[in-house]
Design a protein around this ligand. Structure first.
Ligand code: ADP
Ligand code: MG
Length: 327
């Protein structure tokens, strides 16, 4: 068994050029981040627990990626630029093969976003991965949940529902013969579940353009309700506009609606922006290379309502979503 310090040195300390934002990295009792006047530090923590957030025996490289990705997604939802992260890890044993794959998956994503590992904690215990990210955002520029305003357009990035489809396949939720997707579609859906892409560039591009934003981790309808509650307003969603993932697009309309609205694990951004900012929103999406879809409007009246393609109201009970909720 590797000693705790050998493990940290071997898998988590890397030779990196100096970063002016990080005055001191791994090795002391605390890391030190440089502060910049007029810049706020965005901080978020997400924990992944075996059996709850991932299956026992899950691929270590994918876990390393996902543990950081879900945290970067929170920075993206605030419009913050990633700066650094800490890693608290409980491991049943110090398996070097597992650790090498985990750290490779994690650092590959970290390097894409110039986000440095600056510290953490390592202990023996049931597998549990907790990452805290630090990001930078100009004071006043963060995309907060409480900033939506009646009359705003409602937007969502990318596509929804494929991660939920991948979960259904993994859990054998479909009767034999019910499969109407190709192996390639199923594989693409699995990538959405296990290797989500945090919309970091989009969040940054939406600063000063969008008003409120949230990342969709528990399902669009539920996550949007957090924005509506914080902003004391309501919304109407055009359900036929919801961008279904490629594997889900061929599914029956009920499945498609339920899983785009309440699937979970999408890690897309849902945001509001004034109608006057439509061109700027489109430009932000193009600049970030992320497709965007306008899916509804923010209303003064509280509550979440649904409209079909003809503009007629439709009733979708939250009970019907619950059936599809991630356990
Ligand atoms: P302390 O006992 O003061 O908490 P530790 O012995 O736990 O210190 O950690 C030594 C150093 O290694 C610290 O700088 C800590 O941040 C870092 N560290 C520990 N575990 C990890 C990890 N999993 N990833 C990155 N850095 C870690
Ligand atoms: Mg410690």
């Amino acid at each position: 068994m590797l000693s705790e310090f050998d493990l940290i040195k071997r898998f988590f300390i890397r030779d990196m050029p100096a970063d002016p934002g990080i005055a001191l990295g791994i090795g002391d009792d605390c890391a030190l981040l440089a502060s910049v006047p007029g810049v706020q530090t965005a901080i978020s923590t997400d924990m992944l627990v075996e059996g709850r957030h991932f299956f026992a025996g899950a691929d270590a490289r994918e876990l390393g990626h996902k543990a950081l990705a879900v945290n970067l997604s929170d920075l993206a939802a605030m419009g913050a630029t990633p700066l650094a992260f800490t890693l608290a890890l409980a491991l049943p044993d110090a398996d070097p093969v597992w650790l090498a794959a985990f750290s490779e998956g994690m650092f590959a994503l970290a390097d894409c976003h110039a986000c440095r590992l600056i510290g953490g904690d390592t202990t023996r215990g049931p597998l549990n991965i907790c990452i805290t990210v630090f990001g930078a955002v100009q004071a006043g520029a963060a995309l907060r949940r409480d900033a939506a305003s009646a009359g705003d357009d409602l937007w969502v990035s990318g596509t929804l529902g494929d991660a939920r489809l991948a979960l259904a396949l993994r859990r054998d939720e479909f009767a034999p013969g019910a499969a109407t997707w190709t192996a390639a579609q199923a594989e693409a859906a699995a990538v959405r579940l296990h290797r989500p892409t945090p919309r970091v560039a989009l969040g940054i591009a939406l600063r000063g353009v969008a008003r409120a934003a949230i990342d969709v981790s528990d399902g669009l309808a539920g996550d949007l309700q957090h924005v509506l509650a914080a902003s004391a307003c309501g919304a109407t969603i055009d359900v036929d506009m919801l961008p279904a993932g490629p594997a889900l697009a061929t599914q029956p309309v009920d499945t498609r609606r339920a899983w785009t609205l309440a699937g979970g694990d999408d890690y897309e951004l849902c945001f509001t922006a004034p109608a006057s900012a439509r061109d700027a929103v489109v430009a932000a999406g193009l600049g970030a290379g992320t497709p965007l879809t306008r899916i509804g409007t923010i209303d003064a009246a509280p509550g979440l309502r649904f409209r079909d393609g003809a503009g007629d109201p439709i009733i979708l009970s939250t009970a019907s979503f619950d059936h599809f909720r991630t356990a």
